[in-house]
Design a protein around this ligand. Structure first.
Ligand code: ADP
Length: 489
């Protein structure tokens, strides 16, 4: 009998359930789109009941493909990070729509905290910056603005949590827990702290009593209520999506680095047991917590990656499909001096300039669709190069870069990355590394493997390699052109 691992991958735009064998092969998947709510400019919400119902439906659809619940050895959960749900423990129902990670409604509150001089203390304790991206200020907003949330807090029935916390509550029928990687994105957990910190909760005005217990990411984390799937299934793996992808890429030793190119780009470097202290406006975050022991990561987030290609396709009509950028880029020897700075939503790490805006420089009458498409792909290597420099300044140079995400399918971009970074780039044949990482956590937690290294050894698939082959002169002149354009933006 096969012992399958059921992965629940709750993303920003869709919810999926995936069935893995214990050697890492994905045998079935079920997926449902999620409704995006935009009540005001800069606000993004999800319906937490829809998230739960679709997660449950995806899981139930897969069970027959596994041959029933008895064939599922374990469940692993991975999720969009930082998104916040408030619910009532008395009813088990949400008290408001979930506030999504992209939501900027707490920008003024964050600015106020920065103006009062709190940022450097908060950064050294949590590894994060005072930015609306993180969960804590979203929790405070719910308490300040939603009468039902405030009333539940007064009655002592309020539960606050990120998505894995909400799903686990529903799956187990009442456990209120959060795994350490998700908890480390709230601004309420010290990087070295086992549980949410009372001082940070006071600073942000979030009642500690409403917060979940912080738990490991692998091990006996919980059990599903028997009525959901016909039998109780152990939940043995849990982790935020970027941490799970880092594990799925087998970045399990200090210095190993992955970059995910989806809508945005997220780079994480394994930092080992040392608590990260970045001076270069990179983030420090929990990568794994197993048996109470933590491994940390340094993270750099770039806001615009694949969304630049989407913009070329949907707003400008430069390409008909995302993959056409590759055909166009290959058709010409260079961009003819055209550079795109993709600051369409400001600049993230390492610049953190929210007010910056995008720029296309070097236009001439010779500029056509191919030059624009190629310049868009080149911008990925440049943005990653800026991150590489920030990581290197902190003593964390990259030996190789492991890439994944929808945009990493572009071979031209992958080769250009290797050329501009001047490091080898590796891309797994199976690019669903987030789900694979959750499966590795769950398989290890269910004792199918003694540790994550053994799980990675058994479950990680074949790699495709891209070797740097660019002349230094060409690289230097391209980077000089990028720096000029960046300064102008
Ligand atoms: P997310 O998980 O953030 O929704 P995905 O990992 O699914 O994103 O990646 C989708 C993004 O990658 C889209 O923005 C799309 O424009 C881009 N993309 C997909 N395929 C290619 C390609 N072959 N070349 C360039 N960009 C691509």
């Amino acid at each position: 009998m096969a012992d399958y691992i059921l992965v629940l991958d709750e993303g920003t735009t869709s919810t999926r359930a995936m069935l893995f064998t214990s050697d890492g092969a994905m045998v079935a998947v079920s997926q449902k789109e999620l409704t995006q709510h935009y009540p005001q400019a800069g606000w993004v919400e999800h319906d937490a009941s829809e998230i739960w119902n679709k997660t449950l439906a995806c899981a139930q659809e897969l069970l027959p493909k596994a041959g029933g619940a008895a064939s599922i050895a374990a469940i692993g959960i991975t999720n969009q990070r930082e998104t916040v749900v408030a619910w009532d423990k008395a009813t088990g129902e949400p008290l408001h729509r979930a506030i999504v990670w992209q939501d900027r409604r707490t920008a003024d509150f964050c600015e106020g905290l920065r103006a009062s001089g709190h940022e450097s203390d908060v950064q050294s304790r949590t590894g994060l910056l005072l930015d609306p991206y993180f969960s804590g200020t979203k929790m405070r907003w719910l308490l300040d603005n939603v009468a039902e949330v405030k009333a539940a807090a007064e009655k002592g029935t309020l539960a606050l949590g990120t998505i894995e916390s909400w799903l686990t509550y529903k799956l187990t029928g009442g456990a209120h827990v959060s795994d350490a990687s998700n908890a480390s994105r709230t601004l309420l957990l010290e990087l070295a702290g086992a549980q949410f910190d009372a001082g940070l909760c006071d600073l942000l005005g979030v009642p500690r009593a409403a917060l979940p217990e912080v738990i490991d990411m692998s091990g006996a984390l919980g059990e599903t209520a028997a009525e959901l799937f016909g039998r109780a299934i152990p939940i043995t793996g849990m982790g935020g999506d970027q941490q799970a992808a880092t594990i799925g890429q087998s970045c399990l030793s200090p210095g190993e680095t992955k970059a995910t190119y989806g809508t945005g780009a997220f780079v994480l470097t394994n930092q080992g047991r040392t608590i990260p202290r970045s001076q270069n406006r990179l983030l420090g975050t929990v990568l794994t917590q197993i048996g109470g022991e933590r491994i940390y990561a340094i993270e750099g987030s770039v806001f615009v990656a694949g969304s630049l290609v989407q913009w070329l396709r949907d707003s400008l009509g430069v390409v008909e499909s995302a993959s056409q950028t590759e055909v166009l880029a290959r058709a010409i020897p260079d961009t003819g001096g055209v550079t795109i700075v993709p600051a369409l939503a400001g600049l993230g790490a390492p610049h953190w300039r929210a007010e910056a805006r995008g720029l296309i420089s070097g236009l001439s009458f010779a500029t056509g669709k191919a030059e624009l498409a190629r310049a868009a792909l080149e911008a990925m290597a440049y943005q990653t190069h800026d991150l590489a420099e920030a990581f290197a300044k902190g003593g964390r140079g990259w030996g190789t870069l492991r890439i994944d995400g929808g945009m990493s399918a572009n071979d031209w971009m992958a080769q250009d990355l290797a050329d501009i970074l001047n490091v080898p780039v590796e891309r797994p044949e199976f690019v669903e590394t987030t789900a694979l990482g959750a499966a590795m956590l769950a398989a290890t937690g269910a004792d199918l493997y003694p540790d994550l290294d053994a799980a990675a050894q058994a479950m990680r698939g074949k790699l495709h390699n891209f070797t740097p082959s660019m002349d230094d002169e060409v690289r230097d002149s391209r980077l000089a052109r990028w720096r000029k354009a960046l300064a102008a933006a």
